[in-house]
Design a binder for this molecule. Sequence first.
Ligand SMILES: [Fe+2]
Ligand SMILES: [Fe+2]
Length: 282
Amino acid sequence: MAELEIQLNDPQTLYRRWEDSQWNPFTVDLGRDQEQWAEMREGDRGLIYWVLSSLMVAEERITTKFSGLVGAHGSEEEASFLATQQVDEARHMQFYARFQDEVIADPATVAAHVERSRAQVSPAFRQIFDVELVSAHERLVANPDDLASKVRFVTLYHLILEGTLGLTTFRFVTDYLKEHRMLPGFVDGYSKIHHDETRHIGYGVWFLREAVKESPGVAPDSIREMLRTLLPSVAESLSPSSEPDGPDLDALGVSGEEIRDFALGGLTRRLEIVGVPLETVF
Ligand SMILES: [Fe+2]
Ligand SMILES: [Fe+2]
């Protein structure tokens, strides 16, 4: 498994990368996935459906609770990059909706898919996406010039949602699908999404590191405060046993400990780069 390449590039460099990395969610080949879906055993189908539901709800939130950050840009270059991230998130949501339409064969609007997917996700997941993300976004919209609000939002969005939950889910789900040669179109689209996500996370780490350098009082405190609020829900939503009625995540063939180590390892490395080591949070 390739390591995440942390691109500590400035927003202009990331913008240029985006121009060179265009892809179309409607041209990913889903033909083999359609055949496989029809023949898949019930357990696998339940697992994939649950994963897809989480991704669908996450991308919907991530797409619709982002514009406040675009409005809080510090430079034209940063505004340009953030506008591309907003497009990327919409593209990701479109890919998952298309997969539901064409593979799960249940054509509906994006809203209907999100609505149905919501029934599948855990309370911890809802706490992060429906409560914490929504309130951090509202606070940023109301105070676009407030550094603490922007730092809190980027900590939540780029460091936790994308960098911790997103990368961890990608790693274990694609490992499983590749090992079992399942859903190659889904893996292809999800890998393209992952490539976009590494660019987004690169921005987040860059921004937080700059903020800590420029405001060594406010920025580290805001990062620590946000992490203390979120980490219990993050740990819970990454724990397979937190889903008594959910699908059998043990089927992925990885232990809760492996998942936690992977998630925590990445977060620890990124916080190190930002200049707020994890051990200083608690
Ligand atoms: Fe995304
Ligand atoms: Fe993203």
